[in-house]
Design a protein around this ligand. Structure first.
Ligand code: FES
Ligand code: FES
Length: 251
């Protein structure tokens, strides 16, 4: 036996002495099989553009694989699915693809196959994932256009605890939970977790008021009414509103 055999989108292929030692699965898919749906950028497992789904052996669940990191000669017995194999214009788009499009989760589209295949892999794995677990599964996918929110909103609809409403909430209606104990009690979080939750799901924190060393008052507020209450209580004192702190306005 002097060939490595594997399947791509259900078709069997093999490689042998016609390939060099450094030919990656990514290169093989794009250059030899002419399947350019799988994209690449970093070529070092950092961006996720090259993700495909692979079943790497019997009794092994489908997993997302960074095809830029895998030599094609390592794929003996693998069953590989690329984005072309999940759906397309002629065959009809998959649920993952249509959900992403319906949520405006793609702009230039370069990263999209990687996100689609990462989500496809999760669904194929058969795990029942929560919204937080889905969000945390995408640590290695990069998108330079969308700001991620629309992608995550789309993919969270596949979660077991997804809200009934598919509507993307206004950003003003959301609270960003960054740390343990800050309202969201859905699951255990650690200090590296963050996620967006509805304001009504958050135990509203009370205004923080500190008398700073320079004699000034520092307030941390949670809604606009608190701002007005403070302004009324402070009368004519000058104040500064601090948001992103990229510019300062003293009044
Ligand atoms: S090209 Fe493979 S992870 Fe970026
Ligand atoms: S849509 Fe352009 S990089 Fe993600």
């Amino acid at each position: 036996m002097d060939r490595v055999t594997f399947k791509v989108n259900g078709i069997e292929y093999s490689v042998g002495s016609e390939v060099n030692t450094d030919v990656t699965l990514l290169e093989y898919l794009r250059r030899r099989l002419r399947l350019p749906g799988t994209k690449y950028k970093c070529l070092e497992a950092g961006c996720g553009a090259c993700i495909v789904t692979a079943v790497r052996g019997q009794d092994t669940p489908p997993t997302a694989v960074n095809s830029c990191m895998v030599l094609v000669t390592s794929c003996q017995g693998w069953d590989i699915t690329t984005v072309e194999g999940t759906g397309g214009r002629l065959a009809g788009y998959s649920k993952v693809q249509t959900t992403l499009a319906e949520h405006n989760g793609t702009q230039c589209g370069y990263c999209t196959p990687g996100w689609v295949m990462a989500m496809h892999s999760l669904l194929q794995s058969g795990k029942k994932l929560t919204m937080l677990e889905i969000e945390q599964s995408f640590g290695s996918n990069i998108c330079r256009c969308t700001g991620y929110r629309t992608i995550l909103e789309a993919f969270k609809t596949f979660a077991v605890d997804a809200p009934a409403s598919k509507r993307i909430m206004d950003i003003e209606d959301l609270h960003i939970c960054k740390r343990k104990g800050d309202g969201c009690k859905k699951t255990n979080c650690d200090d590296y977790d963050w996620c967006m939750v509805l304001k009504e799901e958050v135990n509203k924190a009370s205004t923080v008021h500190i008398k700073l060393e320079d004699g000034r008052d520092w307030y941390r507020v949670y809604d606009l009414n608190e701002v007005f209450n403070i302004l009324v209580s402070k009368g004519q004192d000058s104040y500064m509103l601090v948001a992103g702190n990229t510019a300062k306005v003293e009044i």
